[in-house]
Design a protein. Structure first.
Length: 78
């Protein structure tokens, strides 16, 4: 019986830790708009209410990236 109580207590503590991490993750992602200090912006600065435009902006940014030309440097070991 004592072993079961210790296991339940341990699981309860783990749940509290997980809930704490959930709050941190939601803050970083900008999903917590009710915060007094925060602005509801995610890490990328996008409003939490308008996450649909992120993928479109990423696609546009990737299309602007030019591939780096590959240079064949002879090895000094050859």
């Amino acid at each position: 019986m004592s072993q079961k109580k210790m296991e339940l207590d341990s699981l309860g503590l783990a749940m509290k830790r997980i809930q704490g991490y959930e709050g941190i993750i939601r803050d970083v992602l900008g999903l917590e708009e009710h915060r007094v200090v925060g602005t509801g912006l995610g890490q990328g600065g996008m409003p939490a209410s308008d996450l649909s435009s992120i993928a479109q902006e990423d696609i546009l940014a990737m299309s602007e990236i030019q591939p780096v030309p590959k240079v064949n440097n002879p090895s000094i070991l050859d």
